[in-house]
Design a protein around this ligand. Structure first.
Ligand code: TXA
Ligand code: MG
Length: 369
């Protein structure tokens, strides 16, 4: 008799399909019970897939860090199903500016850094007295947390520093062997992680660009953008490393369409053979003959670029190439989150001239050997 997903030592991952359009209460119930039992359940959110566990269970939390190979200094986000559960994980009531942001964007892809409630183990926050909280809007995530009745920590369900997963297949490829259950609900909506902000009274600082743009945040009454995360001195979340979201193939970034390949002597880039140039279909450059163009989408449809970014990076990463060059969008709005991810995919090296690009490719491929 089939009793729903069971946890076994079978090396094949335990994948269950749940449609976001028609929630299967039995499967949600089984996955919720697994979370309450301290097991690891990968599930979809509207941004990327998360590797979920009971946020209040230190043993389960340790398993999440180990599964990802994530350093314990990189704190996790606590996912909740609504404001009452928020109050169970923070110290005191929700501050007015946080309430204004919650009213505007929750449920949805905004993460707020708030004072840590006593119930949340320091293992979740990497010893910080603050806790990152987010209320996801994906129907499966929302139902799962609600049914579990406990806050759920969920980092992106990828190996540490690899490209975040936007489909269950990505999770299986990275963490299939360590998840007790993987819920497959198809591709995620946004394809980029939540925006992470911290608050000081009405002052908001962006720690990580994401699916909610700075422009959208700035439109909320009762808050002020104190730091939009674009200056070199802007603080970043701990663990938001210079190299992150990275393909396995050596990757370098170029500032939006800044290199005129047509007038570059082949000498500078001559050593850089079999390079994939990941750019935009509306401004495809004329590339050296041994290079290949792969589109990340059209800049006229920036949301589609964000939605497909990790999907395309994973696709391009398995093509045969000595290096990948990713082109930054230079666009505002979602372009900032896309450029942040592309920059980190390239280990934060950005080339602006063909000489810099040739050097960056040489260094990246040498570092990889
Ligand atoms: O969209 C998302 O946020 C996805 C889905 C699964 O919800 N989750 C996600 O989690 O991206 P993760 O662990 O990959 O990224 C969490 C980010 C990290 O940059 C971490 O440093 C930051 O949130 N963070 C967590 N707690 C923090 C804290 N107390 N202070 C500052 N940053 C914090
Ligand atoms: Mg991540």
């Amino acid at each position: 008799m089939f009793n729903g997903p069971t946890v076994t030592t079978d090396p094949r991952p335990n994948v269950v399909a749940i449609s976001p359009l028609q929630l299967d209460a039995d499967l949600i119930g089984t996955a919720a019970q697994a979370l309450r039992d301290g097991l690891l359940v990968a599930f979809p959110t509207e941004t990327v897939y998360g590797l979920g566990c009971n946020a209040l269970d230190e043993t389960a939390i340790a398993k999440v860090f180990a599964a990802k190979g994530r350093p314990s200094s990189d704190p996790l986000i606590v996912h909740v199903d609504g404001l009452p559960m928020v109050e169970s994980v923070i110290e005191g009531p929700l501050p007015p500016a946080a309430k204004a942001l919650a009213d505007a964007f929750w449920p949805g892809p905004l993460t707020m850094i708030l004072p840590r409630g006593q119930a949340v183990p320091l293992a979740v926050t990497s010893g910080l007295e603050s806790v990152a909280v987010r209320c996801p809007s994906h129907p499966v995530a929302a139902a799962l947390i609600h049914e579990a009745g406990i806050p759920i920590t969920a980092p992106s369900a990828n190996r540490f520093n690899h490209i975040s997963p936007t489909s269950a297949q990505h999770v299986i490829a990275d963490l299939g062997h360590v998840c007790d259950i993987i819920i497959d609900s198809g591709r995620t909506d946004h394809g980029l992680e939540s925006t992470v902000v911290t608050l000081d009274g009405a002052d908001v600082t962006v720690l990580r660009h994401g699916a909610i743009t700075v422009e959208q945040l700035a439109g909320v009454e009762g808050i002020r953008i104190a730091d939009d995360g674009t200056s070199v001195d802007s603080p970043a979340s701990p663990g938001h490393e210079k190299r992150h979201y990275s393909p396995s193939t050596p990757t370098v970034a170029v500032r939006g369409n800044s290199i005129d390949f047509a007038s570059t002597s082949g000498l500078e880039l001559g050593a850089a053979t079999s390079v994939i140039y990941a750019g935009y279909s509306d401004r495809e450059p004329e590339l050296p003959s041994t290079w290949r163009f792969e589109p990340l989408g059209s800049l006229a449809e920036i949301e589609a670029v964000g939605h497909d970014l990790y999907f395309e990076l994973r696709r391009i990463d398995v093509l045969t190439a000595a290096a990948i060059v990713v082109e930054l969008t230079g666009a505002p709005g979602l372009g900032r989150a896309i450029d942040d991810r592309l920059t980190r995919a390239a280990g934060s090296t950005i080339a602006s001239t063909s000489a810099e690009l040739a050097k960056a490719i040489t260094e990246a491929t040498a570092a990889h050997d």
